[in-house]
Design a protein around this ligand. Structure first.
Ligand SMILES: [Zn+2]
Length: 194
């Protein structure tokens, strides 16, 4: 799986021109049909989407192209999950968040637990990206919890990135810089700033 932009036409153009690099060997991926239809639940609506599949000819790996407003293996959009994480950082409990967002409490609890389990690592990752985009940026002083610090670090990167590159939803950026694995318990390294 590979995180790409949300502009379908632009992604398609990049794919057919070989401009999306294979994560394993960086050779341009080729179109390889479509994946299964999936429902993506956003804040205000649901969308039925069909994610594009691609193949790397040299290494034969296939990659589903996941738009950055979603996360790998999650049915809800990054903005919904981000809203839940932000509400938790502000002190709301998972039942309240679930009610406000119209999501099952067990689903919200799963998001919060997955994020909390790797909060320190996530914070470090987002701080690294912030420094790569703005080397003069001051570190935030630690707040009330690792969870809050990690959410803050995502917010700061969002602000720095908008200042440098223009508007982009912060949780889409969070998905992009974690390769869609913001909530995955995986040992594979995140996408590093270049
Ligand atoms: Zn490859």
């Amino acid at each position: 799986m590979l995180i790409v932009g949300t502009d379908e036409a632009a992604v398609e153009a990049d794919l057919t021109r070989g401009r999306i690099g294979c994560p394993n060997c960086n050779v341009g991926l080729r179109p390889w049909g479509h994946g299964v239809d999936r429902e993506v639940r956003l804040l205000a609506r649901s969308e039925q989407r069909c994610f594009r599949r691609s193949i790397c000819r040299p290494c034969q790996a296939t990659h589903v192209l996941i738009p950055e407003d979603t996360l790998v293996r999650r049915r809800h959009g990054a903005e919904v999950i981000g809203a839940a994480l932000t509400a938790k950082a502000k002190g709301a409990g998972h039942r309240r968040i679930a009610k406000d967002l119209g999501v099952a409490p067990s689903t919200v609890r799963g998001w919060l637990r997955a994020f909390a389990a790797r909060a320190v690592l996530l914070r470090e990752h987002f701080v690294r990206w912030t420094h790569a985009m703005d080397p003069g940026h001051d570190d935030l002083s630690p707040g009330s919890s690792d969870f809050c610090d990690a959410v803050d670090a995502i917010g700061v990167l969002g602000i720095v990135a908008v200042r440098r590159f223009g508007p982009r939803p912060p949780w889409s950026l969070a998905s992009f810089v974690t390769g869609g694995r913001l909530l995955c318990n995986t040992s594979s390294p995140f996408r590093q700033p270049v």
